[in-house]
Design a protein around this ligand. Structure first.
Ligand code: HEM
Length: 163
Protein backbone atom coordinates (compact mmCIF):
# COMPACT_ATOMS: atom_id res chain seq x y z
CA UNK A 1 0.00 0.00 0.00
CA UNK A 2 1.43 3.39 -0.94
CA UNK A 3 1.69 6.32 1.45
CA UNK A 4 -1.12 8.00 -0.45
CA UNK A 5 -3.52 5.13 -0.02
CA UNK A 6 -2.91 4.47 3.63
CA UNK A 7 -6.06 4.28 5.72
CA UNK A 8 -6.60 5.88 9.08
CA UNK A 9 -7.62 3.60 11.93
CA UNK A 10 -11.12 4.97 11.43
CA UNK A 11 -10.87 3.65 7.87
CA UNK A 12 -10.96 7.06 6.26
CA UNK A 13 -8.01 7.77 4.03
CA UNK A 14 -7.44 11.50 3.82
CA UNK A 15 -4.39 12.52 1.85
CA UNK A 16 -3.14 16.05 1.82
CA UNK A 17 -1.46 17.62 -1.20
CA UNK A 18 1.96 16.33 -0.24
CA UNK A 19 0.60 12.82 -0.09
CA UNK A 20 0.80 12.52 3.67
CA UNK A 21 -2.14 11.24 5.63
CA UNK A 22 -3.91 13.59 7.97
CA UNK A 23 -6.91 13.46 10.21
CA UNK A 24 -10.34 13.97 8.68
CA UNK A 25 -11.45 17.57 8.89
CA UNK A 26 -14.13 16.81 11.46
CA UNK A 27 -11.50 15.33 13.78
CA UNK A 28 -8.94 18.04 13.16
CA UNK A 29 -11.31 20.72 14.36
CA UNK A 30 -11.92 18.55 17.41
CA UNK A 31 -14.72 19.56 19.68
CA UNK A 32 -15.14 22.86 17.91
CA UNK A 33 -17.77 21.40 15.59
CA UNK A 34 -20.99 19.90 16.87
CA UNK A 35 -22.91 17.39 14.82
CA UNK A 36 -25.93 17.25 17.08
CA UNK A 37 -28.32 17.79 14.19
CA UNK A 38 -26.95 14.87 12.18
CA UNK A 39 -28.60 11.49 12.67
CA UNK A 40 -28.26 8.15 10.92
CA UNK A 41 -31.72 8.80 9.47
CA UNK A 42 -30.51 12.14 8.08
CA UNK A 43 -27.46 10.48 6.53
CA UNK A 44 -29.67 7.83 4.97
CA UNK A 45 -31.93 10.52 3.53
CA UNK A 46 -28.91 12.38 2.13
CA UNK A 47 -27.42 9.28 0.52
CA UNK A 48 -30.66 8.03 -1.02
CA UNK A 49 -31.68 11.48 -2.30
CA UNK A 50 -28.21 12.28 -3.65
CA UNK A 51 -27.75 9.02 -5.57
CA UNK A 52 -31.31 9.16 -6.88
CA UNK A 53 -30.39 12.51 -8.41
CA UNK A 54 -27.00 11.19 -9.55
CA UNK A 55 -28.69 8.41 -11.52
CA UNK A 56 -30.68 10.99 -13.48
CA UNK A 57 -27.87 13.55 -13.82
CA UNK A 58 -26.77 14.45 -17.33
CA UNK A 59 -23.01 13.99 -16.89
CA UNK A 60 -22.74 11.83 -13.76
CA UNK A 61 -25.65 9.47 -14.42
CA UNK A 62 -24.03 7.53 -17.29
CA UNK A 63 -20.82 6.88 -15.29
CA UNK A 64 -22.59 5.63 -12.18
CA UNK A 65 -25.20 3.63 -14.09
CA UNK A 66 -22.45 1.93 -16.10
CA UNK A 67 -20.49 0.96 -12.97
CA UNK A 68 -23.25 0.11 -10.53
CA UNK A 69 -25.87 -2.47 -11.38
CA UNK A 70 -26.95 -3.32 -7.85
CA UNK A 71 -27.48 0.01 -6.06
CA UNK A 72 -28.45 -1.23 -2.63
CA UNK A 73 -24.93 -2.33 -1.52
CA UNK A 74 -23.46 0.94 -2.83
CA UNK A 75 -26.03 3.01 -0.94
CA UNK A 76 -25.42 1.02 2.23
CA UNK A 77 -21.66 1.53 1.86
CA UNK A 78 -22.12 5.26 1.35
CA UNK A 79 -24.28 5.47 4.49
CA UNK A 80 -21.44 3.73 6.35
CA UNK A 81 -18.90 6.11 4.80
CA UNK A 82 -20.76 9.26 5.88
CA UNK A 83 -21.58 7.77 9.28
CA UNK A 84 -17.85 7.20 9.83
CA UNK A 85 -16.87 10.58 8.45
CA UNK A 86 -19.36 12.72 10.34
CA UNK A 87 -20.50 10.68 13.34
CA UNK A 88 -17.18 8.78 13.68
CA UNK A 89 -18.85 5.41 14.02
CA UNK A 90 -15.99 3.60 12.25
CA UNK A 91 -18.42 1.65 10.08
CA UNK A 92 -16.55 2.28 6.82
CA UNK A 93 -13.17 0.65 6.31
CA UNK A 94 -12.66 0.97 2.56
CA UNK A 95 -10.24 2.93 0.42
CA UNK A 96 -11.98 5.26 -2.03
CA UNK A 97 -8.91 6.29 -4.04
CA UNK A 98 -8.15 2.93 -5.72
CA UNK A 99 -11.86 2.51 -6.46
CA UNK A 100 -11.97 5.85 -8.28
CA UNK A 101 -8.66 5.18 -10.01
CA UNK A 102 -10.36 2.30 -11.83
CA UNK A 103 -13.15 4.52 -13.20
CA UNK A 104 -12.83 5.63 -16.83
CA UNK A 105 -13.31 9.20 -18.04
CA UNK A 106 -13.15 11.04 -14.74
CA UNK A 107 -12.36 14.74 -14.93
CA UNK A 108 -12.13 17.77 -12.67
CA UNK A 109 -15.35 19.05 -14.25
CA UNK A 110 -17.18 15.88 -13.22
CA UNK A 111 -15.96 16.40 -9.66
CA UNK A 112 -17.33 19.96 -9.82
CA UNK A 113 -20.68 18.59 -10.99
CA UNK A 114 -20.62 16.00 -8.17
CA UNK A 115 -19.89 18.67 -5.56
CA UNK A 116 -22.54 21.04 -6.92
CA UNK A 117 -25.23 18.38 -6.66
CA UNK A 118 -23.97 17.30 -3.25
CA UNK A 119 -24.04 20.86 -1.85
CA UNK A 120 -27.56 21.33 -3.18
CA UNK A 121 -28.72 18.13 -1.48
CA UNK A 122 -27.02 18.70 1.89
CA UNK A 123 -28.46 22.24 1.88
CA UNK A 124 -31.98 20.88 1.51
CA UNK A 125 -31.63 18.23 4.21
CA UNK A 126 -29.46 19.71 6.96
CA UNK A 127 -29.15 22.94 8.90
CA UNK A 128 -26.46 25.16 7.35
CA UNK A 129 -23.84 24.39 10.01
CA UNK A 130 -24.34 20.63 9.57
CA UNK A 131 -24.44 20.89 5.77
CA UNK A 132 -21.05 22.61 5.95
CA UNK A 133 -19.53 19.61 7.74
CA UNK A 134 -20.56 17.32 4.90
CA UNK A 135 -19.57 19.83 2.24
CA UNK A 136 -16.12 20.42 3.70
CA UNK A 137 -15.42 16.71 3.91
CA UNK A 138 -16.65 16.14 0.34
CA UNK A 139 -14.64 19.08 -0.97
CA UNK A 140 -11.49 17.84 0.73
CA UNK A 141 -11.96 14.34 -0.66
CA UNK A 142 -12.65 15.70 -4.14
CA UNK A 143 -9.55 17.93 -4.05
CA UNK A 144 -7.40 15.03 -2.84
CA UNK A 145 -8.77 12.64 -5.42
CA UNK A 146 -8.46 14.96 -8.42
CA UNK A 147 -4.91 15.73 -7.33
CA UNK A 148 -3.95 12.08 -6.75
CA UNK A 149 -5.60 10.93 -10.00
CA UNK A 150 -3.77 13.58 -12.01
CA UNK A 151 -6.99 15.28 -13.16
CA UNK A 152 -5.68 18.76 -12.44
CA UNK A 153 -6.37 20.81 -9.38
CA UNK A 154 -9.75 21.74 -8.05
CA UNK A 155 -9.55 25.24 -6.67
CA UNK A 156 -11.50 26.39 -3.67
CA UNK A 157 -12.80 29.27 -5.80
CA UNK A 158 -14.35 26.74 -8.23
CA UNK A 159 -16.34 24.98 -5.61
CA UNK A 160 -16.79 27.17 -2.60
CA UNK A 161 -20.51 27.90 -2.96
CA UNK A 162 -21.42 25.17 -0.49
CA UNK A 163 -18.78 25.95 2.08
C1 HEM B 1 -16.82 12.69 -10.45
C2 HEM B 1 -17.02 12.36 -9.18
C3 HEM B 1 -17.26 10.93 -8.73
C4 HEM B 1 -17.62 9.83 -9.44
C5 HEM B 1 -17.95 9.72 -10.94
C6 HEM B 1 -17.69 8.73 -8.51
C7 HEM B 1 -18.06 7.44 -8.83
C8 HEM B 1 -18.08 6.38 -7.97
C9 HEM B 1 -18.49 5.04 -8.31
C10 HEM B 1 -18.98 4.60 -9.71
C11 HEM B 1 -18.34 4.27 -7.22
C12 HEM B 1 -18.66 2.78 -7.09
C13 HEM B 1 -17.54 1.97 -7.62
C14 HEM B 1 -17.83 0.50 -7.47
O1 HEM B 1 -18.51 0.09 -6.51
O2 HEM B 1 -17.36 -0.25 -8.31
C15 HEM B 1 -17.86 5.13 -6.16
C16 HEM B 1 -17.58 4.72 -4.87
C17 HEM B 1 -17.29 5.56 -3.84
N1 HEM B 1 -17.20 6.94 -3.90
FE1 HEM B 1 -17.25 8.05 -5.56
N2 HEM B 1 -17.36 9.18 -7.25
C18 HEM B 1 -17.10 10.52 -7.34
C19 HEM B 1 -16.76 11.37 -6.31
C20 HEM B 1 -16.69 11.00 -4.99
C21 HEM B 1 -16.42 11.91 -3.90
C22 HEM B 1 -16.15 13.42 -4.02
C23 HEM B 1 -16.42 11.16 -2.77
C24 HEM B 1 -16.17 11.60 -1.33
C25 HEM B 1 -16.99 12.31 -0.67
C26 HEM B 1 -16.69 9.78 -3.13
C27 HEM B 1 -16.75 8.72 -2.28
C28 HEM B 1 -16.91 7.41 -2.64
C29 HEM B 1 -16.81 6.29 -1.72
C30 HEM B 1 -16.52 6.37 -0.22
C31 HEM B 1 -17.04 5.13 -2.48
C32 HEM B 1 -17.02 3.69 -1.98
C33 HEM B 1 -15.60 3.14 -2.20
C34 HEM B 1 -15.50 1.71 -1.72
O3 HEM B 1 -15.89 0.80 -2.46
O4 HEM B 1 -15.04 1.51 -0.58
N3 HEM B 1 -16.84 9.73 -4.49
N4 HEM B 1 -17.72 6.40 -6.64
Amino acid sequence: MSEQEKSLPSGLPIEDESGSVSLPLSERVGGARETVGVTEAGIRRLVYTFYDRIQNHETLGPIFNEQITDWEPHLKKMCDFWSSAILRTGRYAGRPLPVHRRLPDLSANLYRDWLGLFYQTTGEIFEPSDARLFNEMAMRMAMNMTHALGLGELHISDIQEGI
